[in-house]
Design a binder for this molecule. Structure first.
Ligand SMILES: [Zn+2]
Length: 493
């Protein structure tokens, strides 16, 4: 056994755990009454002695923030602790006004949960270690004016409620890590507890990544990767880091425990600090806040507020509307797109749900892709009633599906109804027999060779003449009627 291990080249596996910080969408900050909607506010206008960290002031717990963290914990299948407390996490940094952050150390709100991810058609359960409550820090703006470097502090963000969600080290690839993040992001958006906007920093991810000989349960040095601002950045950083660690080990090097930062433009991670300089946070219980002991009634009340979550909604879409896994997954990725789909069904219950889904994941998704708009903006421009009117007009052959697609693009661009666009541009399909008959006669007159071919038994010639008729009518003739009438007229010759 042992000698086998010595001669077999070592095969490594990647081990990833993620820590996500999400800002909570409350009206006020975590421990004071300042507004937490600071995004477009001038610097240092949403401040008070509490979030400025003045000595002698007392914090208050934001009940809504606690409920949002509880909702999240419940949605992630965690157990809500019946005793949870706040702790001071001490570290000196200019963006930390008090010199400590009020966080939760050993008794977080939620523990022992999980969520399912799907990678390559396989469902995998990823453990969620904990969900805890904390507060955001101020923002530092570093400036450099002609060699004179200085920093500005904007305290508006200080004290905005944050929640940290820590996963178990259950992910084995960058792909799984991305799937976990996308899923978690979708759940937070469904819950409405966070805007979860990665670019604006209301949803941030740090990753712990290490590699180990396959089959071993001993972890090698853990590397923490920071500064990833998009799902793509997380994926690329972890791919890069796993490869780098393998290379170091295969070349006989050793991996120190350290924190590395992702440098997007260069596509690589760089060392930021080694473990020797890691902070000792000297946690201790926050003396100014009481512990929280959520009652069974309170937990039940919060649980009752949970909306239908993406997975449940996806299964229901498949069962209720007969959608494929693929379509149901796409439509339930965001709460807004699932809502829009169901408002289409509500607006036109007589139309097949599957048709509406095809229009949404087909033509409409194409418009979203090219315009860069989201489904909310799409819904603002194309109301559900307006969308289903279009689908109905196609169903009634007033226009064909191809024209319908371009009409939808027009509706999105102009906000006009399908009917208005069809009338304005004269797009309605011609189903008037006399009009098509006249066109058929002209095509027969203009194409004596095709007529001769037809008489010689070449059935293909009809197809050609239908093509000519469609061209003559600028694509508006009903193609089935055109074929029928041309064949009849040829027979009468
Ligand atoms: Zn304040």
């Amino acid at each position: 056994m042992e000698s086998k291990n010595v001669i077999t080249p070592v095969e490594y596996e990647t081990v990833i755990g993620l820590e996500v910080h999400a800002q909570l969408r409350t009206r006020s900050k975590m421990y004071c009454r300042c507004s937490s909607e600071y995004a477009s506010a001038p610097p240092n206008t949403h401040v008070c002695p509490v979030c400025l960290g003045m000595p002698g002031v007392l914090p208050n717990i934001n009940r809504q923030a606690v409920e949002y963290a509880m909702m999240t914990a419940l949605a992630l299948n965690c157990t809500i602790s019946d005793y949870t407390k706040f702790d001071r996490k001490n570290y000196p940094y200019p963006d930390l006004m008090k010199g400590y952050q009020i966080s939760q150390y050993d008794q977080p709100i939620g523990v022992g949960g999980w969520l399912n991810i799907e990678v390559g058609g396989q469902v995998k359960r990823i453990g969620v270690t904990r969900v805890h409550q904390e507060e955001d820090v101020a923002k530092l703006l570093h400036r450099d004016e002609g060699g004179f470097a200085y920093s500005l502090v904007d305290v508006n963000r200080s004290g905005v409620p944050l929640m940290e969600i820590v996963s178990e080290p259950d992910m084995r690839s960058a792909e799984e890590a991305r799937a976990y993040l996308v899923k978690l992001h979708s759940i937070l958006r469904y819950l409405g507890v966070s805007t979860a906007n990665m670019e604006e920093g209301s949803f941030r991810c740090d990753a712990n990544i290490s590699i180990r000989p396959k089959g071993s349960d001993k972890l090698l040095a853990k590397v923490e990767v920071k500064n990833m601002n998009s799902f793509r950045a997380v994926f690329r950083a972890l791919e890069y880091e796993a490869e780098r660690q393998r290379k170091v080990l295969s070349e006989g090097g050793r991996l120190p425990q350290e924190t590395r930062g992702w440098v997007e433009p260069e596509g690589k991670t760089v060392s930021q600090r080694s473990k020797e300089f890691a902070h000792d946070y000297r946690y201790f219980p926050e003396p100014d806040l009481p512990p929280l002991m959520p009652s069974a009634e309170w937990i039940a009340e919060v649980r009752a507020q949970l909306p239908e979550l993406p997975e449940a909604r996806m299964s229901r879409f498949m069962a209720q509307y007969g959608l494929s896994v693929y379509d149901a997954n796409l439509l339930t990725e965001s709460r807004e797109s699932a809502d829009y789909y169901e408002s289409l069904i509500k607006s036109a219950p007589e139309l097949p749900a599957k048709d509406l889904s095809n229009w949404l994941v087909g033509a409409a998704a194409g418009i979203l892709n090219t315009s860069g708009c989201d489904i909310i903006e799409f819904g603002r421009r194309v109301s559900p009633g307006s969308f289903t009117e279009l689908v109905r007009l196609v169903g009634k052959s007033v226009i064909n599906a191809g024209t319908g697609k371009s009409v939808l693009e027009d509706m999105f661009a102009s906000g006009k109804t399908a009917r208005a666009i069809i009338d304005e541009k004269g797009l309605a399909q011609i189903s008037d027999t006399s009009e098509i008959e006249a066109a058929a006669l002209q095509v027969i007159r203009d194409n004596p060779q095709a007529v001769a071919d037809y008489k010689a038994g070449k059935a293909q010639a009809v197809k050609f003449m239908v093509g000519q008729l469609m061209r003559l009518s600028k694509g508006r003739a009903n193609p089935n009627m055109a074929a029928e009438i041309i064949t009849r007229k040829l027979g009468e010759l």
